[in-house]
Ligand binder design. Structure first.
Ligand code: A3P
Length: 293
């Protein structure tokens, strides 16, 4: 790793976070549940949207839910996003309503589930059963800029992070933000996608051609939808429409700018050069690339 991002003693790390199997996590994920994945009671028709945080997860979840419901918006429009879609590994002690483990046992199949777990700690039975898995990935520069803003928008969730962006970027490069190392996450799942029946969506492709993402998800889930319904779903999930709909305190934090290239407002020239060096080294043999212009 470029020396530039070496963590010296002056960096700020959120107290109370912990590492499980090399994954940096917050107290809202329970180690004892991760150690017993059978507790999730995965079903073969479960549908997962899996991503590193801030990659466009909420967008893809909304698209997917409408696709499963053949374009009928009644459920999506009448129930809050977080009450409809369990976040599997999220188990906040002080907020039982949002406990993913409980919530996922209380919804009807086919269940749509959200997860940010890297593949090596993801419930293995879901992979063995061949559950549908939709991976969403975003270029790491915009991801870290978005995540930095998210830490600040929801301070209780992240232990009231006190550092600036430069400090945050160091944590990100060192895998010390919640859900760990972006490179390990992305490359781990990418290997699986290449080998198995999973769908891989890039945020930047979705921005450039949102309709194509709707078509890809529909085809992957074997949902035969008319062109008109595809158009309707795509439009209903446009950034402008979602931003209007996501109005609660918690919800608003998930709809910020919705753009490619916002990282330029955060990285210095030196940080950008050093980050490129790390990126090029880590991604060079993967056959996977991202664009961020
Ligand atoms: P920004 O913070 O860069 O604006 P996640 O859902 O994984 O937490 O990702 C959140 C990011 O996706 C935020 O990025 C958010 O604005 C963006 N986003 C959410 N809905 C979107 C949509 N419909 N179209 C484009 N971007 C969207």
């Amino acid at each position: 790793m470029a020396d530039y991002f070496k963590l010296n003693s002056d960096y700020y790390e959120v107290p109370g976070h912990f590492t499980f199997k090399d994954v940096y996590l917050s107290k809202y994920v329970r180690k004892d549940t991760l150690e017993r994945p059978e507790l999730y009671q995965i079903k073969s028709d479960d549908i997962f949207v899996v991503s590193f945080p801030k990659s466009g997860t909420t967008w893809v979840l909304e698209l997917t839910q409408l696709i499963i419901n053949k374009g009928d918006p009644t459920y999506s429009e009448s129930v809050n996003h977080f009450d409809r879609i369990p976040f599997m590994e999220f188990e906040p002690e002080n907020y039982p309503k949002r406990n993913g483990l409980t919530a996922m046992q209380n919804i009807e199949s086919p269940r749509l589930l959200k997860s940010h777990l890297p593949i090596h700690v993801f419930p293995p039975q879901a992979l063995q059963m061949g559950c549908k898995i939709i991976l969403v990935a975003r270029n790491p520069k915009d991801t870290v800029a978005s995540y930095y803003n998210f830490y600040q928008a929801l301070p209780p969730l992240f232990g009231d992070y006190k550092g600036d962006f430069s400090n945050y970027l160091k944590l990100f490069v060192n895998g010390k933000v919640v859900f760990g190392d972006w490179f390990d996450f992305t490359l781990g799942w990418w290997k699986y996608v290449e080998e198995k029946n999973a769908l891989f969506l890039k945020y930047e492709d979705m921005k450039r051609d949102p309709r194509d993402a709707t078509v890809k998800i529909s085809e992957y889930l074997n949902c035969n939808l008319s062109d008109e319904v595809i158009d309707e779903i795509t439009e209903r999930c446009s950034f402008a429409r979602m931003k209007t709909k996501f109005q609660g305190v918690e919800e608003r934090a998930f709809m910020r700018k919705g753009a490619i290239g916002d990282w330029k407002h955060y990285f210095t020239v030196a940080e950008n050069e050093a980050f490129d060096e790390v990126y090029n080294e880590k991604m060079k043999d993967s056959g996977l690339s991202f664009d961020w212009e």
